[in-house]
Design a protein around this ligand. Structure first.
Ligand SMILES: Nc1nc2c(ncn2[C@@H]2O[C@H](COP(=O)(O)OP(=O)(O)OP(=O)(O)O)[C@@H](O)[C@H]2O)c(=O)[nH]1
Length: 385
């Protein structure tokens, strides 16, 4: 059972927009780690609420003290962003539970807009000459910038962009107000940014090291040592992490395959030869599948494959391809073949462990029919919910 404290880490989909991919993703790292690093202030409900509510409160105070068009504008934009942000936040959580990819790009964008608006609002307070507002808003902005740096340290470019959007307008406003002592903000700027950048880098390195260590030990726990394919647990983990694009149903096929006549190899040529043949067949199968397909050694001479986003027709041709590839790979050993049980699931959305286990059991029943049909073939059925 995953620890609830860490469940939010994978709530957000990876960004689709190219600019956000550049801003947020470190493509040299495994996808799982990129996802964990992306989880920043947006993801945590408490942080989101405290950030949005405190800026809303500051804009209301500003508006109360200076009901001018600019303060109205600041307040209305902040209110709109707050409503949009809160709505998106809960929509994303709901879609995550229903296993639908979510509009994560929008929340990354809204977060940047919030930073820019807060930064411009801070500059407005400085220019207003109102000491109360200056005392309330400027330190709050510094706190927001520091929190943004710490929470978003896993995405250094995004973190620094938030810091600049929050802090730069204040610096740019200094020459346009009369108080000379405020030039200290401009002088402090480079040191403040450099300090935050160093913190971001240090935390980012620390997180990457920790996540890579966890990733490698998890991989070892989820891999079959003979073939280096996923084992059952690893397969369940990866399968349950699949998300479909948007609201459309996601068709998925599951193949349960078992070698025919494999016992004879062990009995005739010995276990070492049997092991080698299992490895060769596993390699040939992996090469024949797409990157998105999830292949596991289930045990003995059984392999299970999940084909996300695949129609029944396409999965039949994959099944036939695997049968042919196995025959080619084992051509030196007459009698070796592959039988496959196929099950088609019309919509993957809402899949959980229990339903997936039932799907595997149904594919196993189809396999049994393929074996009874004379082996070297596949049999299929549609998921019975
Ligand atoms: N070499 C080797 N053999 C294994 C391994 N794991 C299981 N086996 C053997 O694989 C065989 C699998 O049994 P079956 O699937 O019943 O054998 P089969 O001859 O393929 O039978 P059919 O599926 O009915 O054609 C057994 O003899 C197991 O001992 C392994 O890691 N290495």
């Amino acid at each position: 059972m995953p620890d609830k404290r860490y469940m939010h880490h994978n709530v957000y989909s990876m960004p689709n927009w190219r600019f956000f991919r550049w801003l947020l993703c470190n493509e040299r790292l495994p996808l799982n780690i990129q996802r964990r690093l992306i989880s920043g202030p947006n993801v945590q409900t408490a942080t989101m609420w405290s950030g949005t509510l405190s800026t809303l409160l500051l804009t209301l105070i500003g508006l109360y003290r200076h009901p001018t068009p600019l303060f109205w504008l600041w307040c209305l934009i902040t209110l709109t962003l707050t409503i949009y942000r809160v709505g998106l936040h809960y929509q994303i959580r709901q879609q995550w539970r229903r296993r639908i990819a979510n509009p994560a790009d929008q929340i990354y964008l809204v977060n940047l807009l919030w930073c820019a608006t807060t930064g411009l609002g801070t500059a407005l307070c400085l220019l207003s000459g109102d000491a109360v507002l200056q005392v309330l808003v400027i330190p709050s902005m510094v706190v927001f910038a520091s929190l943004a740096a710490c929470y978003s340290h896993g995405t250094p470019r995004y973190a620094m962009l938030q810091v600049m959007l929050l802090d730069l307008p204040l610096k740019l406003a200094v020459p346009f107000q009369p108080e000379p002592w405020f030039w200290i903000f401009v002088l402090q700027g480079p040191f403040f940014w450099m300090g935050l950048y160093k913190i971001i880098r240090a935390l980012d390195d620390l997180s990457i090291q920790a996540l890579l260590g966890e990733y490698h030990s998890q991989r070892r726990a989820n891999l079959d040592p003979l073939t280096e394919l996923l084992n059952r647990e690893g397969w369940y983990r990866e399968a349950l992490a699949i998300r479909g694009p948007g609201r459309a149903p996601l068709p998925v096929s599951l193949l349960f395959s078992d070698l025919d006549g494999f016992k004879h190899i062990n009995d005739t040529y010995g276990h070492m030869t049997g092991d080698e043949l299992l490895r060769d067949i596993a390699n040939a199968m992996s090469e024949a599948l797409r990157n998105d397909d999830i292949l596991a050694r289930w045990g003995g001479d059984e392999f299970v494959i999940l084909l996300p986003g695949t129609s029944p027709e396409a999965s039949r041709s994959v099944a036939q391809r695997l049968i042919d590839i196995t025959a080619d790979t084992a051509h030196a050993y007459p009698g070796i073949g592959l039988s496959i049980g196929l099950v088609h699931c019309q919509d993957w959305r809402g899949m959980d462990r229990d339903r997936l286990e039932r799907l595997v059991a149904q594919a196993d029943q189809s396999l049994y029919r393929a074996k009874r049909q004379g082996k070297g073939c596949f049999q299929e059925l549609t998921e019975q919910v």
